[in-house]
Design a protein around this ligand. Structure first.
Ligand code: HAX
Length: 434
């Protein structure tokens, strides 16, 4: 029995008691209303679900279990996972114990490789990654225990088992996708004793003589871990999981949402946009040139990837953290310098463009500041990870930690099947006329 499992055994009864008390005492409190504009507008801002792992404050960004991200920048992903699940940063013994548990479960079954090698050569890496997760569904402990008739109180236990197995295998699968999709040669096995982030980089085949690539991998995997419950991937995973579909189904579904260009795929689009700008001006562009290209992009009806956010109204602290890493490790890299310069120019451009939109009777742009995706690609690019179609897979490996933690919590407290009420426009017309 792992230290993390024992800790969860202590916590689950507390979570259940808190939930029961909350519903008993405050069950009738109104959390939110929903306007017609919100119903048409992706339910933005409607408070209608519970997520304990993290919170995104518009003026602060990601807060993991009560801790602002930039206060815990140095956590390793294993510590992040522990924190997401329990609210505690593990001590050294618990961290080592979790690392051993991941070691034990890290073997990727052969049939996964058969499936991946059989896929078309031009498959998107996200399709390969999600297919790999889905094809392991037959191994779900949750599904097999459910079929045997386990009691509801135990649902969280095999969910946690599945979570650990999925977590342990994801770096190997993701690295395998990289090597297969980009013809990098044979697969590289997991190194026992090496941490989750460094193992991932190593299995991709990156030599790391200084240790800075491993440092970047840990930072990247830590930063992308979770972003509360309502974003497309978390919300999709939550909804699919609420039907008691097991974690393989639920995480794969969530990651299909992450593959959308307005969500996780934005990170491939971002670097693309930066490189396009450099291409157009033959090197790192000046501020004036960036301004020109930004307006050109906006006026051709496209978004500037990496800027704006559904919730945030300030610079994303994850962008700030990546920028700090860049300034420390690659200050003279022209791609990084361009990202940094774009940061000084684009918010102002978006502000001006937003005013033009408003004058033309359109919505304002709610947030002019960079999000997580604006700068991370430049760092990966510097270390030779140049296949930017692949970047969302890295994001996915990390985001799976949040999705899995949320699933464990939901199964532990017995969250109900998701079923918001939809209405047609007829309903609005009829009620408006009253
Ligand atoms: N460039 C141009 N226009 C933008 C914009 C940007 N970066 N950000 C927002 N807008 C536009 C929207 O497209 C919208 O236009 P329409 O009304 O014509 O549809 C208008 O401004 C109002 O949008 P909003 O209220 O400011 O933002 P939303 O909550 O609707 O959308 C998005 C949030 C992140 C999808 C949006 O800002 C965007 O498309 N950004 C660029 C893509 C991007 O960086 N995505 C990654 C987000 C982070 C993430 O989830 N990573 O996984």
């Amino acid at each position: 029995m792992s230290i993390l499992f024992e800790r969860l055994q202590e916590l689950v009864p507390q979570w259940r008691a808190e939930r029961a008390e909350m519903i008993k005492k405050h069950g009738n409190m109104v959390l939110s209303e929903c306007t017609v504009a919100q119903a048409y507008g992706g339910m933005r801002g409607v408070k209608g679900m519970i997520c304990e792992t993290s919170l995104v404050e518009p003026d602060k960004g990601l807060i993991i279990q009560g801790r602002p991200l930039l206060d815990i920048m140095d956590l390793w992903p294993e510590e992040t996972f522990h924190l997401l699940l329990t609210g505690d940063i593990p001590d050294e013994a618990a961290k080592q114990d979790l690392m051993k548990e991941l070691d034990k479960r890290s073997h990727v079954p052969e049939y996964v490789w058969d499936v991946l090698y059989a896929m078309p050569d031009d498959s998107h890496p996200m399709t390969m990654f999600n297919t790999a997760i889905l094809c392991m569904q037959k191994e779900s402990q949750f599904a097999s225990n459910y079929a045997k008739g386990m009691t509801k109180a135990d649902y969280w236990i095999p969910t946690f088992e599945d979570a650990l197995t999925i977590m342990a295998r994801l770096p190997g699968i993701a690295a395998g996708v990289y090597r297969i999709r980009y013809d990098k040669g044979d697969l590289i096995p997991w190194t026992p004793g090496l941490d989750w982030g460094a193992n991932y980089g190593n299995m991709m085949g990156f030599a790391d003589p200084t240790g800075s690539f491993s440092e970047l991998m840990r930072l990247y995997l830590h930063f992308h871990c979770d972003h509360e419950g309502g974003n497309v991937s978390a919300n999709t995973c939550h909804t699919v999981g609420s039907a008691l579909s097991d974690p393989y189904y639920a995480v794969s579904a969530g990651l299909n949402g992450l593959a959308g260009p307005l969500h996780g795929l934005a990170n491939q689009e971002c670097l693309n946009w930066i490189l396009e700008t450099m291409d157009k001006f033959g090197g790192a562009p000046s501020e004036e040139q960036i301004r020109e290209y930004a307006f050109e992009t906006l006026r051709s009806g496209k978004v500037i990837p990496g800027y704006g956010h559904a919730v945030l109204r300030v610079t994303d602290p994850r962008f700030t953290g990546f920028n700090m890493f860049g300034k420390k490790h690659l200050p003279n890299d022209p791609v990084f310098q361009t990202v940094d310069r774009v940061f000084t120019v684009v918010p102002k451009v978006l502000e001006e463009f937003s005013a033009e939109r408003v004058a033309a009777g359109k919505n304002p742009i709610a947030n002019f500041w960079p999000n997580v995706d604006a700068g991370s690609g430049a760092l990966l690019y510097h270390f030779g990870l140049k296949e930017f179609q692949y970047y969302t897979v890295l994001f996915s490996v990390s985001r799976a930690m949040g999705m899995l933690s949320q699933l464990v919590w939901n199964r532990a407290v017995g969250t109900a099947i998701t079923r918001p009420k939809s209405i047609g426009s007829k309903f609005i017309r009829e009620h408006a006329s009253k």
